[in-house]
Design a protein around this ligand. Structure first.
Ligand code: GLN
Length: 545
């Protein structure tokens, strides 16, 4: 029998429900359970693929090619699991399948309604995921904040699931905020009380309250929350701000959360193995080395737009015993006339990130040029590979005006062009080249040294590719194609061997990076960054007197 844990949020949004859900998953994984996470998102988009990163943050791509909410990235990184399309359930997806069923005549005779038809479909999708993943525990996070109109059908569905599955198989977590108010910075419980009242109105009484706070919660405040919110004292979990998000599972385990869940759901006590996790958190908190890596992008105004890249860089620091400071750089700065040398000064490495459309493109190309010419370690991701090819074509191969067909109509040298299978596609939703694709890695290249394998698989999300008509020209001038699709049709990785570390990938390696299994390309970048720092930082002997 699968157990179900539901995580809702109250008081304010952006309270860290995703990290809470992911950390709870880590706690249970470290106790030997199979966990299937799922995000229930109240928006009407069928998936996150059509939403702007400016508004919604990164679009996370699963192995099976679903374009999902960035919280799935947290789940994969903390729990070390691969999510699937079933791990993301949106209002749009639910309605799409209810309306299709209605047209097929599945409900013939019935008036199709939110309750029971929409709620049944939500429940069906959750239970189907449990079955597919043979999960001991499903953890379902409900997007939005209690009190939102949009999330009501989801809350009603999870309320019904206690009746369907039984008290002993279901648990409700509610994440709230304890603000500090007044001249004595008193911790206030009232918003939490109101949020629980709101939940109770819908028929849900939380078993656990995860209280976000900037200071430790005194015992009398915990007792007050327990009494007023009708939650057992050990169910009031303090969730203090911590130095690194990866510390959260350790704090939860310390607070007795693992034990509480195991007891309450009647799970077998298999002991806890968090030693490896503790070791990586120790390195993250006290690294022997430090480096600074810039990420050049155009969605910098939303701190979550390149979430997985930022995390992958942090993970890459772990095997290098290095704290990586990620510096976000708006590509338009280069276009506004700032010198690349000035914008990228003080960095030990640079990533040019993914993106769509022509805005900020010339800035990215300028960043590539500087990195290539100055020996600054460079990793290009998806659009970052395409920009590296354009820069090389223009400035090394002499192909003036080389560009991508995505950016200008009929460029003089279309070194990046539409994938042939994309030519006739007109609709935007879920129509890119998506999900995991195999790639052959060429012997003797940097890519081969880093991956240590002949055949790899990475996740993709793009419409354009390197134009094969220019492969030879690029190679003649010293660019190496180090990764190709198994049928040799698509360029997957390029590099410049004359440079200490210059590599681009058409894929999104950031989606496969985990703190306990950092990605080889990012690990290599940090290693090269440290090497550059060692060789360029003046030592007392080499410093001018
Ligand atoms: N816009 C480019 C393409 O569609 C790159 C996409 C990306 O960076 N994910 O090919």
């Amino acid at each position: 029998m699968t157990k179900y844990i539901f995580v809702t949020g109250g008081v304010v949004s952006s309270i860290g429900k995703g990290i809470t859900t992911a950390s709870l998953g880590r706690v249970l994984r470290s106790r030997g359970f199979t966990v299937a996470p799922v995000k229930l998102d109240p928006y009407i988009n069928v998936d996150a693929g059509t939403m702007s990163p400016h508004q919604h943050g990164e679009v996370f791509v699963t192995e099976d090619g679903a374009e999902t909410d960035l919280d799935l990235g947290h789940y994969e990184r903390f729990m070390d699991v691969n999510c699937s399309a079933g791990s993301s359930v949106t209002t749009g997806k639910v309605y799409q399948s209810v309306i299709l069923a209605e047209r097929r005549g599945d409900y013939l005779g019935a008036t199709v309604q939110v309750i029971p038809h929409v709620t049944n479909e939500i429940k069906r999708q959750i239970v189907q995921l449990a079955r597919e993943q043979e999960a001991d525990v499903v953890i379902a996070e409900i997007g939005g904040t209690v009190g939102d109109i949009e999330s009501l059908p989801f809350l009603e569905a999870i309320r019904q699931m206690r009746k369907d599955m039984g008290y002993e198989n279901t648990m409700y977590f509610h994440v709230t905020l304890l603000p500090q108010v007044g001249p004595w910075h008193e911790l206030k419980t009232k918003p939490t009380q109101h949020s629980v009242i709101k939940l109770r109105e819908i028929g849900i009484s939380p078993d656990v309250l995860v209280c976000r706070t900037e200071v430790p919660i005194p015992d009398d405040v915990k007792e007050k929350i327990s009494l007023f919110c009708d939650v057992p004292a050990r169910g009031v979990i303090e969730s203090l701000n911590v130095e690194t998000i990866y510390e959260v599972p350790l704090r939860y385990e310390e607070a007795g959360l693992g034990e509480l869940v195991v007891e309450r759901l009647g799970l077998e006590d298999r002991g806890v193995k968090l030693g490896d996790w503790e070791r990586l958190v120790t390195i993250l908190k006290e690294p022997a080395n430090r480096c600074r890596i810039g990420v050049v992008g155009k969605y910098i105004s939303n701190g979550d737009a390149y979430k997985s890249i930022g995390e992958a860089l942090i993970h890459a620091g772990i095997p290098n015993d290095c704290g990586v400071e990620v510096v976000w750089i708006d590509s338009e700065r280069f276009e506004a006339g700032e010198e690349a040398a000035h914008v990228l000064a003080g960095l030990d490495g640079v990533v040019v990130g993914p993106g769509f459309g022509e805005r900020g493109i010339e800035g990215k190309i300028e960043a590539v040029r500087y990195a290539r010419e100055s020996g600054l370690p460079y990793l290009g991701i998806c659009l970052g590979l395409q920009m590296a090819v354009i820069e090389f074509a223009r400035n090394v191969c002499g192909l003036d005006g080389a560009n991508s067909e995505e950016m200008v109509e009929n460029p003089s040298y279309p070194v990046i062009h539409l994938l042939p299978e994309q030519k006739h596609i007109r609709t935007k939703g879920a129509t890119m080249r998506l999900g995991s694709w195999p790639c052959n890695v060429v012997h003797g290249t940097l890519a081969h040294r880093l991956y240590g394998e002949n055949r790899i698989a990475e996740r993709h999300r793009h419409r354009y590719e390197v134009n094969n008509d220019f492969r030879e020209k690029l190679m003649e001038h010293g660019m190496v194609i180090s990764g190709v699709s198994p049928d040799y049709r698509l360029v997957e990785m390029v590099e410049v061997p004359a440079h200490p570390f210059f590599i681009g990938t058409q894929a999104h390696p950031e989606f496969q990076s985990r703190p306990n299994r950092p990605h080889p390309l990012f690990e290599g970048l940090v290693e090269a960054a440290l090497e550059r720092k060692r060789t360029t930082t003046p030592t007392p002997e080499t410093a001018p007197a």
